[in-house]
Design a protein around this ligand. Structure first.
Ligand SMILES: [Zn+2]
Length: 559
């Protein structure tokens, strides 16, 4: 038996990586080589020479850093991929540039076609100024227009779109949304949160070919950035597109957390979902508790700063599912069926209420003692998640570790929001914002992702923000929450794998794990690493080299 095992262990491998600096997330120091057979690592150590046979593919890493395939814990792949072919305004430099881009785009579209796209951000301009329908009415030449803000929590529409949706001076705000109106009561063209759906539901749906192409582009972009697993947030109506994807995709593991109105129905859809083992699977459901900081709709315990006089107490926008019973009913359905609950919660109050509500789901009435500890153990085992978890009450930080609720954060948001967060919520509340280090110290399983296409999918720019606290205007902001390179990598690999129940399969370079790995252009552990220039030179999935990796470069959003 021993002999047979030994013989097996030294059978020639399919792939041997040599002359590498392998960050395994398991050994002290780095390994120099690894061997892959049948899509899994069979050896990691200093000399894999014994695994080299005549058919073995040898990869000379040239002394470069090799890391596990990265896991993006929060992306919107299909919408993001489709978005890549729409009007891009993320890097519009000014009002004039914004209008000019709309005009050019509209001119190339046939009559009556919707102008869609966006991801604009007034915070990026010299003079931040909220756009209005008047900006774009002439430029759009009568075509209806819907351009979302960077975070997708508000949108600009034009007069043609308002007309199609039947929105006028007398239209009331829908539950959970706001139709911005000027002093005279006229809609300005800005719609917030659920009010966006009044218009967006009139936009013709993407065709099957368009959704397939969107997914293809998003996966290629992820792979080019060293990402080989994604927690993907579509809507439940997108699932047929993902079933089609499952038949062909072997380049990127996808774990689905769709949004859905009724999770009892959603569970039925999940159970009938035809995925592909290890490639496209169902993880759970996503709910929204609030909006975003940039749209001033994050739900905060205390009011925002600089509120308008008529709205001094504005503290964000809790979603109606919190008060109408929908969340509790949905959450129960997901828990009973064994699915994860992931909740968009950006404001401190949204996160506090989320922690309470999740505990309530498991609390059988005893708020103390060993019974409560058992309830908390069951809550922990479920690995529910707060998506974003950006602004936290100081007392809530340790509850993430205590309850096993996973903060799923996107560190590039810190670089972005850091420029204006203090003007919205003040310095004091910023000290417990983007609390990476404190969350880890409290025992939380911190997972990182991008939120593509809201911001760039490039994980190295996210790591830069988490490690250096450098924000987009070049300043260093709230550096006390910075974490090490190794910790930052773990949040994109082994910890992210835990966040989607894949920690036995991916996220580490170790025998038995699936052989997803990336050869990097730069050593992330070297002092003074230039994060802008880090690129994934080679990307391998299950021992297969896939796609040509490239360097997406600094802040080229979307692409
Ligand atoms: Zn998102």
């Amino acid at each position: 038996m021993l002999l047979a095992l030994a013989g097996l262990a030294f059978a020639p491998a399919d792939v041997v990586i040599e002359n590498a600096k392998i960050w395994t997330d398991g050994r002290d120091g780095f390994a120099r080589s690894a061997a892959v057979s049948g899509g899994r690592f069979v050896y990691v150590g200093d000399d894999a020479g014994a695994f080299v046979g005549s058919e073995t593919r040898r990869v000379d890493a040239g002394g470069r850093l090799v890391i596990p395939g990265l896991i993006d814990s929060h992306a919107h792949m299909m919408r993001g991929g489709i978005f890549l072919s729409q009007l891009q305004l993320r890097d519009a430099a000014s009002k004039a540039d914004f209008i000019e881009r709309v005009r050019k785009w509209a001119a190339a579209l046939s009559e009556g076609k919707w102008i869609v796209g966006g991801r604009w951000s007034v915070e990026s301009w010299q003079t931040p100024e909220q756009p209005t329908k008047e900006w774009v009415d002439a430029a759009s030449g009568g075509r209806p227009l819907f351009l979302s803000r960077m975070d997708g929590h508000s949108a600009l529409v034009n007069s043609a779109a308002l007309k199609i949706a039947g929105i006028g001076r007398d239209t009331p705000n829908p539950a959970g949304g706001v139709i911005d109106k000027d002093e005279s009561g006229e809609p300005t063209g800005i719609l917030r949160e659920t009010a966006m759906a009044l218009v967006s539901r009139h936009i013709p749906a993407a065709t099957e070919a368009e959704t397939a192409e969107g997914l293809r582009r998003a996966i290629a972009l992820a792979n080019a950035n060293g990402i080989t697993t994604v927690c993907d947030i579509p809507t439940i109506t997108d699932l047929p597109d993902y079933e089609r994807l499952a038949t062909t995709n072997r380049d990127c593991r996808i774990v689905l957390y769709p949004t859905a109105g009724d999770w009892t129905e959603g569970v039925k859809v999940a159970r009938a979902f035809r995925g592909a083992d290890g490639w496209v699977k169902f993880g759970g459901f996503k709910a929204y508790f609030d909006g975003s900081l940039g749209s001033r709709t994050a739900w905060m315990e205390k009011p925002f700063l600089n509120n308008p006089p008529q709205d001094k107490t504005w503290s964000g926008l809790p979603m109606p599912i919190l008060t109408d019973g929908t969340f509790d009913k949905n959450a129960r359905a997901a828990v009973d069926a064994g699915y994860q609950i992931i909740v968009h919660a950006i404001g401190d109050q949204a996160n506090s209420v989320l922690l309470d509500r999740l505990l309530d789901l498991y609390d059988r009435g005893s708020r103390a003692g060993s019974e409560l500890r058992k309830d908390i153990e069951r809550l922990k085992a479920a690995r529910h998640r707060s998506e974003h978890a950006q602004h936290l009450l100081p007392d809530d930080i340790s509850r993430f570790g205590e309850y096993g609720v996973i903060p799923s954060m996107q560190p590039f948001h810190k670089a972005d929001d850091g420029r204006y967060a203090e003007s919205y919520i003040g310095a004091e509340r910023c000290h417990s914002s983007y609390a990476y280090k404190s969350l880890l110290a409290g025992g939380a399983t911190l997972a990182f992702g991008s939120d593509f296409p809201v911001v760039t999918i490039n994980p190295f720019l996210g790591m830069e923000a988490a490690v250096t606290a450098r924000i987009l205007d070049g300043k260093i902001w709230e550096p006390q929450e910075s974490i090490s390179v190794a910790d930052s990598l773990r949040c994109y690999t082994s910890r992210a794998a835990q966040a989607c129940f894949m920690e036995r399969e991916v996220g580490r370079i170790a025998p038995g794990f699936r052989a997803d790995f990336v050869v990097l252009s730069s050593d992330l552990f070297a002092p003074g690493v230039d994060w802008n220039s880090v690129s994934a030179l080679q990307v391998w999935v299950e021992g297969r080299r896939i796609g040509g990796a490239n360097n997406p470069g600094r802040v080229r959003f979307g692409e």
